[in-house]
Ligand binder design. Structure first.
Ligand SMILES: *[C@@H]1O[C@H](CO)[C@@H](O)[C@H](O)[C@H]1NC(C)=O
Length: 433
């Protein structure tokens, strides 16, 4: 990616910083998002977007300002144009810079359309081929020894109105329906299987269920049950692969199945394995996984060298949700869905307003006394990381303030975990006793 936008990805868009104790992730996360790589948000690369053939408009639903609108407008060239973007936006050079900066974790935002058989091509328009680029990048990230959080960033049916990050700018939000919950669960099952089966996915440690659902829980009916089904699908797929999940008995079908799809089908017929929706997902993901495996030339036979033994030694993925306090109006608590290792994610952008008064003193006082980690922990949402935050402010900030502002955020988000803080005592003056 161009260096100016590299800065966006590294600082302005987001970074992660937290202390986590779970298999597969470093105990202290120093992370970035690979923003706008596989889910392109035009606001992040305005000139490149215009050069690709995109448009800019005040209401992003009224012009070519999302992947959906682009693919609809350019059906014959969209795949080639996006392939060029994917190849150039995240490269080995970028990765080398991340590594040199001490980054040990990346969060990768993904759209549901990366699992291509899930897309209804009669009414949904998205580029094809992203999964091959994901694998290309994952191999490079793995070889750099960096851990990965796969984030379902853009959900089938769209989870939030008029947001570029959902892949489609529309007020017609349809994610919170049985049909689209079901597709999202199939996606989660397929990503779980790939994470454990494809060698390129080896450093994938965590799978995030839904990025930024609507904050008003009255507008997200069924989301609590979806949270439970998400964890159960991840664990059911792992059990079908023969991966031990603490607290859950192993499945006997694994030993008699010759390949992954046979094991999933057999597991889907077990009347006591979670609930009927979870079992239906196992069944419906078989043809989807088969097609994706063909695309990736991934062998699903258990009898290939050592696969069964390797799977028995694997750790389950860390399931990840936006924290309970992301929503209001009596939200469901994702802690109630937990089976095995689980973590929580909060996003904090001061620049959107509503957090603190628009001046340096108010920003510093707020962030240095941040109580989100404690408030979440009181509801069982721990460990918590800050999966998205940024340096942008509602006022013109000096470079000197931005350094202080970055250090203060890192201080509070990591609760003293430390890391390239220019001034570890940056908060001392602001902390209220
Ligand atoms: C998996 O095993 C089943 C049952 O043994 C068989 O019908 C199916 O063709 C196999 N699939 C693959 C991809 O080998």
């Amino acid at each position: 990616m161009p260096s100016s936008h590299f800065l966006y990805a590294l600082y302005i868009l987001t970074a992660l910083l937290a202390v986590v104790k779970a298999a597969g992730l470093p105990s202290k996360i120093y992370g970035v998002n690979l923003g706008s790589w596989l889910v392109l948000e035009p606001w992040m690369l305005p000139q490149e977007w215009l050069d690709m053939g995109g448009q800019q408009c005040g209401d992003c639903s009224t012009c070519i300002a999302s992947e959906f609108a682009f693919a609809k407008a350019y059906p014959n060239t969209v795949d080639a144009i996006f392939n060029k973007h994917w190849s150039t936006w995240f490269t080995q050079t970028d990765l080398d810079q991340l590594k040199a900066a001490g980054i040990n974790t990346v969060r990768i935002p993904l759209g549901y359309w990366i699992v291509e058989p899930l897309v209804d091509r009669t009414s949904e328009y998205y580029p094809k081929g992203g999964i091959l680029q994901l694998r290309r990048g994952l191999k490079q990230i793995r070889d750099a020894g960096i851990a990965v959080i796969l984030d379902h960033h853009a959900l089938p049916g769209v989870q939030s109105p008029n947001q570029m990050f959902t892949g489609r700018c529309t007020k017609d939000v349809q994610f919170y329906t049985p049909y689209n919950y079901h597709r999202a669960l199939i996606w989660s099952g397929v990503m779980t299987a790939l994470s454990h089966l494809d060698p390129a996915f080896r450093t994938v440690a965590s799978l995030q269920a839904v990025n930024e659902p609507i904050m008003d829980a009255n507008q997200t009916p069924g989301y609590g049950q979806f949270q439970k089904n998400f964890v159960q699908v991840v664990r059911a797929v792992e059990l079908a692969l023969g991966i031990p999940v603490s607290g859950v008995a192993p499945l006997s079908v694994v030993s008699s199945s010759r390949n992954v799809t046979a094991a999933l089908s057999a597991a889907s017929g077990l009347p006591n394995l979670f609930n009927s929706e979870v079992r239906q997902v196992l069944q419906d993901m078989v043809p989807v996984l088969t097609k994706v495996a063909l695309q990736l030339t991934l062998d699903l036979n258990f009898d290939q060298q050592g696969l069964k033994v390797e799977l028995r030694r694997k750790s389950p993925l860390i399931t990840n949700f936006m924290d309970v306090n992301w929503q209001y109006n009596n939200p469901s608590n994702p802690a109630d869905a937990k089976i095995g290792p689980q973590t929580y994610d909060n996003h904090l952008y001061y620049s959107f307003g509503g957090v603190a008064d628009a001046n340096e003193e108010a920003y510093m006082t707020h962030v240095c006394n941040l109580d989100r980690i404690e408030k979440d922990a009181a509801l069982g949402n721990t460990p918590l990381w800050f999966g998205e935050w940024g340096l942008s402010t509602q006022f013109t900030a000096s470079d000197a303030f931005l350094v202080k502002w970055a250090d203060a955020q890192k201080y509070s988000y990591s609760k003293g975990a430390g890391w390239i803080l220019h001034n570890p005592n940056v908060c001392a003056r602001y902390i209220k006793q």
